[in-house]
Design a protein around this ligand. Structure first.
Ligand SMILES: [Zn+2]
Length: 442
């Protein structure tokens, strides 16, 4: 494969003009489902993703020990409501699954307003929004409503029903491996345990799904492993069952909150200078778009597990607006309007560019290392092309020739020269085609 082959292969994938719309449609399709870290909502979500990509579904039994954790009992819910004394549903799970604290135990009671209030949660800053709450590891129950709904509740006797079950079952996750020329892997991980919330994290599911589709039909050097997992317990479970795979993971990305209209934000791996960290930084810096790059911290999404000291994997986290920095986060306002087709497509494109860079980031040896080769006689000067372009191409070729000693990667050369990776990569492809470079073996 020449240095130029892969770059076209991966980038071509998102040329389709309506791809953002199709991603948004997937978000819309999954939006009503009541997901959790276990249960039928999660399973149904994986099944629907599996209609688009050949996902392998794994089921791990309740009680399985996964490092310091235990796979919990499976939670399922049919319905839930609070009815007033006239029999009207004043809080209704059928209107929004956010109204029930996720993992609520079954309840059937009649309560006074004062008793009921001890189980009601609101968002103090936004009187019209319903918050998203969970209680995975403490057996309790509750309802989430807007402050305005709470304020409107009169003294009354309320019938409270949560028709849920918490029983031995399984934790489900989806996995897809797209084999490449090399067994070395790029890991793409996204959590899929949140109910009706779009940016966190139906956006990550949609981007991962369309990435897998794009990569499946194209040649690639790396193998790509996609994980659709419940947050935290899912990555812990996967790691505990796949320690033999871990040494093959050379790069990784956690995708979360990637559908809002904000600029990109990248959180580096724990290593801080992994190739994925440098690749993403390079592309964001040269994108001309507003962005931010942050150091690793042990708070956030599943990168916490991949970057725990026993693994220390080169896995960063790509967001648009970071969690906690948009007020819609974990509320009913993280809805279908909060994510856009354009933003989803932009994230897809950005990920493809990241993988493109990694695919093409090779080391070369200059086959004419004693003084500069004469580029003119090889037709490597385009003297009748645009002057500026010709100068830029020449500069890129000189950098590649000078630093291609078998040690520097093309990203090393791009960073040191201040030139864009794609210019360096094109120069290397040209020089290789003219017999002036050869691939250095690792
Ligand atoms: Zn979340």
């Amino acid at each position: 494969m020449t240095a130029g082959t892969t770059i076209t292969a991966v980038r071509i994938a998102s040329d389709s003009p309506e791809i953002g719309q199709r991603m948004h449609s997937l978000v819309s399709e999954l939006y009503p489902i009541c997901r959790s870290i276990t249960g039928n909502g999660l399973r149904e979500t994986l099944r629907r993703v599996g209609q688009r990509i050949p996902l392998q579904i794994h089921e791990v039994a309740t009680g399985t020990l996964v490092y310091d954790w235990t796979v919990p009992r499976e939670w399922n819910i049919q319905d839930a409501w609070v009815k007033n004394s006239r029999g009207e549903r004043v809080i209704d799970f059928q209107k929004s699954n956010l109204h029930v604290v996720n993992y609520s135990v079954p309840v059937r009671k009649t309560l006074s307003l004062r008793e009921l209030k001890q189980h009601l949660y609101t968002h103090s800053g936004q009187p019209d929004w319903t918050p998203y709450r969970t209680s995975y590891y403490r057996e309790t129950w509750g309802f989430c409503i807007s402050q305005r709904q709470l304020d409107a509740l009169p003294e009354d006797e309320y019938e409270v029903v949560i028709d849920s079950s918490l029983e031995d079952g399984h934790l489900s996750y989806g996995e897809l491996l797209l084999p490449g020329e090399s067994p070395e892997e790029i890991l793409i991980s996204t959590h899929c345990c949140h109910p009706s919330l779009c940016n966190d994290n139906l956006s990550g599911i949609a981007v991962a799904c369309f990435l897998a589709q794009a990569l499946a039909s194209k040649p690639h050097r790396y193998s790509y492993r996609f994980l659709f997992i419940p947050g935290t317990i899912g990555s812990i479970t996967w790691l505990s069952r796949n320690e033999h795979v871990v040494p093959r993971i050379k790069h990784g990305l956690v995708l979360a909150c990637v559908g809002d209209r904000g600029g990109f934000s990248y959180k580096k791996s724990r290593r801080g200078n992994a190739e994925i960290d440098r690749a993403v930084q390079h592309l964001l810096m040269h994108s001309g778009e507003t962005h931010s790059v942050r150091d690793f911290s042990p708070y956030g999404f599943d990168e916490r597990q991949y970057c725990s000291p026993g693994f220390n994997l080169p896995v960063g986290c790509l967001n648009r607006t970071s969690h906690g920095e948009f007020s819609e986060y974990h509320t009913s306002a993280d809805d279908l309007d909060f994510v856009s087709a354009e933003a989803l497509e932009g994230t897809l494109q950005n990920c493809l560019e990241i993988f493109d860079l990694l695919e093409n980031n090779r080391r070369y040896c200059n086959l004419n290392p004693k003084c500069e080769p004469q580029l003119g006689k090889r037709g490597l000067y385009r003297e009748f092309g645009g002057q500026v372009d010709a100068q830029a191409r020449e500069l890129a070729m000189l950098w590649v020739l000078n630093l291609s000693d078998g040690q520097n990667s093309l990203l090393d050369i791009a960073e040191r020269s201040g030139l864009r990776f794609d210019a360096i990569q094109k120069a290397a492809a040209s020089l290789k085609d003219h017999g002036l470079l050869r691939l250095a073996e690792n």
